[in-house]
Design a binder for this molecule. Sequence first.
Ligand code: MN3
Length: 255
Amino acid sequence: MEKRTFLKTGLLFSIGAAVAPLVSACTPGKKAGDTKKLTLPPPKARRTTPFAMAPLPYAANALEPHIDKQTMEIHHGKHHQAYVNNLNDAVKDTVYAEYELDDIIARITTADADKKIRNNAGGHWNHTFFWQIMTPGGNALQPGQLATAINTTFGSFDQFKTAFSDAAKSVFGSGWAWLCVGKDKGLFITTSPNQDNPLMLQIAAKTGTPILGLDVWEHAYYLKHQNKRADYIGAFFNVVNWNEVALRFDKAMFG
Ligand code: MN3
């Protein structure tokens, strides 16, 4: 059966010829021009439904006055929705058609053919993450292993904030700033252009597991803060969900 036919009819069927190539393709979507050769495990599971966007975990006006309602409505309802729609369109009839998002992200390469998938898979992952690491009014980082790791790595919480803010300011054009747990279980700050992220093993300058991230695309702040990205970065720290960040830290550290 042609892949196209399978997708159009939506038949769920035998694990047969259509599935085997997915499992054996370690770095799909790319032949020539790869700069890194990675052996990736087969995908965890087949995805049988289109990508979909979850509702915001709070009301669109709940982050005010730090992030305004209209920005949240457009950012979530228009920008994020467009990444989801475009991702569903981009993976159609490709080897990624039945991959989960994490499996796609890990396999993205610099190939031209991957660009639409790269931008929209990243956009979907990054925004899903972003909504979750914010909460109305924010909450304080509690004493514990993450607080200790931040103090040890950056000197103090304030020094961490300065370093993270400087990284976010330094992104030229559109992109993200990240606090990550590295393979060595150490914390590090990094940035990525566009919708790339540190989970893109074959693309990221430095790979790791993001536990905090900040969208510094102008669409994230222009309505309220106009060109003053530094003001937006300062406002962001009033809505960080440190409980969620700490949970993600624990998972990255201890599984
Ligand atoms: Mn955005």
